[in-house]
Design a protein around this ligand. Structure first.
Ligand SMILES: [Zn+2]
Length: 89
């Protein structure tokens, strides 16, 4: 069991992306964040979208623009989340 890098849920990535981009995240959490990104295409894509939007907007104020992307990401997770609890209507 690793103590230096803990597992992050996709929900946490969404919550932490602003801190990550602003560089206010501490080293251990940053490592966990990047480890999650490396293994999660959805979160990688989410981060790319945020970064692209920030490039266009010229600001790192991701909190001001992430609500829509956040909603879209969570929507995507609902679509391909494996295992029990998958809703198919
Ligand atoms: Zn993820």
């Amino acid at each position: 069991m690793s103590t230096s890098v803990r597992d992050l849920a996709c929900q946490e990535i969404v919550e932490l992306v602003t801190e990550y981009l602003e560089g206010t995240m501490d080293g251990g959490l940053r490592a966990a964040f990047e480890a999650h990104l490396a293994g999660c295409a959805a979160c990688s894509r989410y981060l790319e979208q945020i970064e692209a939007t920030i490039r266009i907007a010229g600001t790192v104020r991701a909190d001001a623009l992430s609500d829509e992307l956040r909603a879209g990401l969570l929507e995507a997770f609902r679509g391909f989340a494996p295992g029990p609890g998958k809703e198919e209507t």
